[in-house]
Write a protein that binds this ligand. Sequence first.
Ligand code: HPA
Length: 276
Amino acid sequence: MTDVNRYYESILAAADFIQDRIDIKPQIALVLGSGWDLLTEQIENPSKIPYQLVPGMRASGVVGHAGEFVFGSIAGKPVMVMSGRYHLYEGLTLQQVTLPIRVIKQLGVEQLILTNAAGAINTGYQPGDMMLITDHINFTCQNPLIGENDARLGDRFFDMCHVYDPRMMDCARDVAKQQGFTLQEGVYAQMTGPCYETPAEIRMLRTMGADAIGMSTVPEATVARHANLPTLGLSCMTNMAAGVLDQPLSHTEVLDTANRVRESYGKFMLDLVSKL
Ligand code: HPA
């Protein structure tokens, strides 16, 4: 079997495995990063599948993330939620990192919401702010689509002008307006991590037009675009990026902010899912 056929077979095997264990057809998929996990508590009639049970998938290696799919409904809509995701810095290939997005597409999901925690580069932002991702910069300098293209998954060359779906973005803006919720808008840049960035890197990213920096989302959004799966991206500004404040970054600060916003973010998501 060629590499593309092997990858395709692994997508089908994972999707078949899941399909046999669920009795809903998920319409929306949500990938939850730090700060966003309250949402798993808002799922009605939840049923869970840990990643490591799914053929071709492994346990997610990041502390604080459950590493499981949760199926159920939010605001009456059938959803699937990824509580925890794979990261490049875990030593995985980008094809492994993005396999769940292929599986989500294969399951017939119509809309994808990617969330993450990020450092604020834009000095007009504050820790706790939510940012609507309007575009991204791929600073991993890697791409999950390098290698032979599988036309069953998408085209070789495709447009990246609208990675984040304009209609879904309008829904997010409407929810923010209704709730009186401050929703920043900006460009998300991804570096590989796992260390945080240097102040010099943050200054460079700022001059290049980035508003926030994180360690996920870009490969997933790229694959979703390849798969023609409408996608929305939302970031939780857990901290000001390195060098913005005269203090070192700590993972504790990131987790503390994520805890603080959990409830209001959960409320935002509930309305968003019902509106999409
Ligand atoms: N940099 C990269 N990733 C992050 C940050 C950051 O400052 N905060 C949360 N995730």
